[in-house]
Design a binder for this molecule. Structure first.
Ligand SMILES: Cc1ncc(COP(=O)(O)O)c(C=O)c1O
Length: 475
C-alpha cells in the first residue's frame, strides 16, 4: 500500500513562495513585504506560522528587518531580476501541425508566434489608455453587475454609430447584439432563425472554424468554390439550391484575400431573397484596406433584411477581449433577443463592454484603426520585400488590397502542406492554403501573418529562417 503523502507544512510553503518570488525578481530588492499580522490574516493562518517562515528568510539573508519601518527584501544579496525574455524574431518552439487548422489559436496567451495570422499588433496596443479607461469603469459599480443578455446598451449604441460611419450600415442600437466570439454569432443566428437542421454554403477554401461550428450545431455544410473573385454564387445555386444559409467573407475572403465584386454581391442577395435564405457576412477584418477606402459591407446593400452581419473586436482591438457583435434587420430583433436570453454563455462581461464603449465614443477606436492601417501597410511591405528575393525559387507574393496576412504562391513541384509542416516544426506559424480546402486539390500557397513584424531586420531574419526550415533540397 502506498504511504499517504505528507502535506508540506504551511510555514515551509510560505518560505518557498517568498524565496522563489525574490529569486525570480517578482519581489524586487528593497521592496517592503507584508507585516506578520497582515500576511497571517490574508492567508488565514496563525501569526506564529508566518513568523517561522520570515525568520528563516531573515536568517538566510533574503529579507532584512528594519524595526518599526517593517521588513524588506534585502538590497544587495538578492539575485538580480532576470532580464525579461527578449522576444526574438527567430522561431524556437515547434508548433502543432495544422493540416486542419480548426482556428487560429497558435498559443494560448503569451507573445505572438512568428508569422502568426489574425493577430493584431500587440506591441502597438495603447495599453496605458486602456488601463485608464478600465480604472474609470471599475470605479463605477454598475459595470460589475450581471450583464444584459443582448449586450451593454452604450456599446450597442457606439457600435451602431461606428458601423454607420465606417461600413455604411444603417442600424439602430437595438439591432446590434453583443456576443463573446464569432462562433457565438453563428450559433446565435442559427438558433434565432431556426436553421439547425438546414444546410449552409461555406466558402471553399474558407475559415474552417465556420464549417466546424455549423456542423457542431446540427447544420449540414456545402463547400462552394471560391475563385479569383470570391465565392462562386452560380456554383452554389447549381449544386446546392436548397441551402438556407450562406456564410461569406465578402470584404476580404478568408484566406485568399479577394474582395467580392458588386455583381456577385447582387447575385448572392438575389439568391437569398428568392430562396428564403439568409446570408452571414463575416466581416472579420474589413477595416484593413491599404489601397483606396474600405469597401462598404454587404449588409449596407441589404434592402430585404437577409444579411446577418458579424463583426469582431478581435482584429481591431485584441482577441483576448472576446467581444464580437451581430447586426440584424429590425424585423428580426425580437427573435434575436429571445435567442440571446437562452444562449448558453449568459452574456459578455459588462465591464469590458463599458471600456470598449468609452474607447469608441471618445474617438480612440477610429484613431487606433487609422494608426494600425498605416502600421500594417508598412509591416506588410516589409514582409513582402523580405520574400522578394525568393520569387525565383517560386515563392510569389500576391499583394491583396487588404487583410492581416499574405498569401504566397508556391511552385507546382512543391507541396504547400509539407512546407507548412516543416515551418511549423521550426516554430513559424505558417499555414498551407491546401489545408484550408480540407486537402482538396487546387491552388497551392502559404499563409503568413505580418502584423507583429516590427522592423526590416526582423522581417529578413524571419524569412531567412523560414526558407531554411523549408529545406528545399529535401523536397
Ligand atoms: C475568418 C474569420 N472570421 C472570424 C474571426 C473572429 O473570431 P473571434 O471573434 O472568435 O475572435 C476570425 C479570427 O481569426 C477569422 O479569421
Amino acid at each position: 500500500m502506498n504511504q499517504p503523502r505528507r502535506a508540506t507544512p504551511i510555514h515551509e510553503q510560505i518560505y518557498a513562495r517568498f524565496r522563489s518570488m525574490i529569486e525570480q525578481g517578482q519581489l524586487s530588492p528593497g521592496q517592503k513585504v507584508s507585516s506578520l499580522r497582515a500576511l497571517a490574516t490574508e492567508l488565514g493562518v496563525a501569526r506564529g506560522t508566518v513568523q517561522v517562515a520570515y525568520d528563516r528568510l531573515l536568517g538566510e539573508g533574503y529579507l532584512v528587518a528594519r524595526g518599526p519601518a517593517g521588513t524588506f527584501v534585502t538590497e544587495h544579496t538578492a539575485p538580480a531580476k532576470p532580464a525579461r525574455a527578449r522576444r526574438t524574431a527567430v522561431a524556437q518552439r515547434p508548433l502543432p501541425a495544422s493540416d486542419a487548422p480548426d482556428s487560429l489559436i497558435e498559443l494560448e496567451g503569451g507573445n505572438p508566434v512568428p508569422l502568426q495570422m489574425g493577430l493584431p499588433a500587440l506591441d502597438e496596443f495603447p495599453r496605458k489608455l486602456w488601463a485608464r479607461l478600465m480604472a474609470r469603469q471599475v470605479r463605477k459599480a454598475g459595470s460589475l453587475n450581471r450583464p444584459a443578455p443582448a449586450g451593454y446598451m452604450p456599446l450597442r449604441e457606439a457600435l451602431a454609430a461606428y458601423l454607420h460611419r465606417s461600413r455604411g450600415i444603417d442600424a439602430h442600437a437595438d439591432q446590434v447584439f453583443i456576443v463573446p466570439a464569432y462562433t457565438a454569432s453563428l450559433a446565435l443566428a442559427v438558433d434565432a432563425l431556426g436553421l439547425a437542421r438546414a444546410s449552409a454554403w461555406v466558402e471553399h477554401p474558407g475559415y474552417l472554424q465556420t464549417a466546424r461550428t455549423l456542423e457542431r450545431i446540427g447544420m449540414q455544410t456545402c463547400d462552394v468554390r471560391v475563385d479569383e473573385h470570391g465565392i462562386d454564387v452560380g456554383f452554389g445555386r447549381t449544386h446546392f439550391p436548397n441551402a438556407r444559409l450562406a456564410v461569406v467573407t465578402p470584404s476580404h475572403q478568408s484566406p485568399t484575400g479577394v474582395a467580392l465584386p458588386l455583381q456577385r454581391r447582387v447575385e448572392l442577395l438575389d439568391w437569398a431573397v428568392q430562396h428564403d435564405a439568409w446570408i452571414v457576412e463575416d466581416d472579420y477584418d474589413g477595416e484593413y484596406r491599404y489601397r483606396g477606402h474600405p469597401l462598404p459591407a454587404l449588409k449596407s446593400m441589404d434592402s430585404y433584411g437577409r444579411v446577418i452581419y458579424c463583426g469582431t473586436l478581435s482584429k481591431v482591438l485584441f482577441p483576448g477581449l472576446r467581444l464580437s457583435y451581430v447586426v440584424v434587420a429590425q424585423s428580426l430583433v425580437p427573435q434575436f433577443e429571445l435567442a440571446c436570453r437562452r444562449s448558453v454563455h449568459g452574456g459578455c462581461p459588462e465591464l469590458m463592454q463599458a471600456v470598449v464603449a468609452d474607447f469608441i465614443s471618445e474617438g480612440d477606436f477610429s484613431r487606433h484603426i487609422k494608426r494600425m492601417r498605416t502600421l500594417y501597410a508598412r509591416r506588410r511591405a516589409m514582409l513582402a520585400e523580405a520574400l522578394a528575393p525568393y520569387c525565383a525559387d517560386g515563392f510569389v507574393v500576391h499583394l491583396q488590397d487588404g487583410g492581416m496576412h499574405l498569401l504566397v504562391d508556391v511552385r507546382e513541384d512543391l507541396d504547400d502542406v509539407v512546407l507548412a509542416s516543416r515551418a511549423r516544426q521550426a516554430g513559424y506559424a505558417v499555414h498551407a492554403l491546401t489545408a484550408w480546402r480540407n486537402g482538396a486539390p487546387g491552388r497551392r500557397g502559404l499563409l503568413m501573418g505580418f502584423t507583429n513584424i516590427r522592423n526590416r531586420d526582423e522581417a529578413e531574419q524571419l524569412v531567412a529562417g523560414l526558407i531554411r526550415a523549408f529545406d528545399l533540397r529535401a523536397r
